[in-house]
Design a protein around this ligand. Structure first.
Ligand code: AMP
Length: 214
C-alpha cells in the first residue's frame, strides 16, 4: 500500500493513476469519491459538501468509513495507491489499524514536495473532468475530457474549492492538520520518501518510481 502525501495541487491526482498503472494496483482518491458522492446527492455527499466547499477537512469518521469499505473490496487485495487519503493523525492511525486487520501493511508514504507559489499557479489553471475527475492544467472549462477511450462524455469544470478563498483555507489546513502526519509516520517507523514535485509529469513519475526502488 502506497500513500501519496502533499499539499493540494502538488500533483497527487495526476500521478496516482500513472503510478497505480505501473504498479498494477488500483488507485483510491478520497477527494474523487467525495466529489462523485456530492454530484450524485448521496448521504455521503450530503455529509461532506459543506466541508469541501469551504476547503475544510471532512470529519475523520466519514473518511475512515470510506476507507474501511474500499480496502475490504477484492480489487484492493494486492495493494493500492492512496491519493489524499491520509490528512490527519487519527486517519493515519485508522489506516494502519485497518491494514493490520486485513493482514496488510504500508509500503511507503511518498511526500510530494513543492512550494506554495507553484501550487497557487497550478490550481488557478486547473480544471477537472466532471465524470472521471482527471485533473488538467491550462484547459478551459467546457472542453471535453480526453482521458478515456472511448470518451466518457465528461466535460472539464472548475472545482468549487479551487477558488482563492477555499485554496487559502486548504493550505492552512495542510499546514495545521496534515503536515504533522509526516512526522507521525517517521516516528512510527513507516517508510517516508520525499520527491521533488516540480517538473514534467513524466519526470515526477520517474522520481517516485525510483524512490520506491521500482
Ligand atoms: P482533494 O481532491 O484530495 O483535494 O480533496 C478535496 C476535498 O475533499 C478536501 O479539501 C476535503 O474537503 C475532502 N477530503 C478529501 N480527502 C480527505 C481526507 N482524507 N480527509 C478529510 N477530508 C478529505
Amino acid at each position: 500500500m502506497i500513500v501519496l502525501f502533499g499539499k493540494p495541487g502538488a500533483g497527487k491526482g495526476t500521478q496516482a493513476p500513472r503510478l497505480a498503472g505501473a504498479l498494477g494496483v488500483p488507485a483510491l482518491a478520497t477527494g474523487d469519491v467525495l466529489r462523485a458522492a456530492v454530484r450524485d446527492g448521496t448521504p455521503l455527499g450530503k455529509a461532506a459538501k459543506a466541508f469541501m466547499d469551504r476547503g475544510d477537512l471532512v470529519p475523520d469518521d466519514v473518511i475512515l468509513g470510506v476507507l474501511a469499505e474500499t480496502l475490504a473490496a477484492p480489487a484492493f487485495e494486492r495493494g493500492a495507491v492512496l491519493d489524499g487519503v491520509v490528512r490527519t493523525i487519527p486517519q493515519a492511525e485508522g489506516l494502519n489499524k485497518a491494514l493490520d486487520g486485513l493482514g496488510r501493511s504500508l509500503d511507503a508514504v511518498v511526500f510530494f514536495d513543492i512550494a506554495d507559489e507553484e501550487l497557487v499557479r497550478r490550481i488557478s489553471a486547473r480544471t477537472v473532468c466532471n465524470v472521471c475527475q482527471t485533473p488538467y492544467t491550462g484547459r478551459a472549462p467546457g472542453e471535453q475530457c480526453d482521458r478515456q477511450t472511448p470518451s466518457d462524455g465528461g466535460q472539464l469544470v472548475r472545482r468549487t474549492d479551487d477558488e482563492p478563498d477555499a485554496v487559502r483555507t486548504r493550505l492552512a489546513v495542510f499546514r495545521e492538520q496534515t503536515a504533522p502526519v509526516l512526522a507521525w509516520y517517521e516516528r512510527h517507523g513507516d517508510r517516508v520518501v520525499r520527491v521533488n514535485a516540480i517538473g514534467t509529469v513524466d519526470e515526477v513519475t520517474g522520481r517516485v518510481m525510483a524512490a520506491l526502488g521500482r
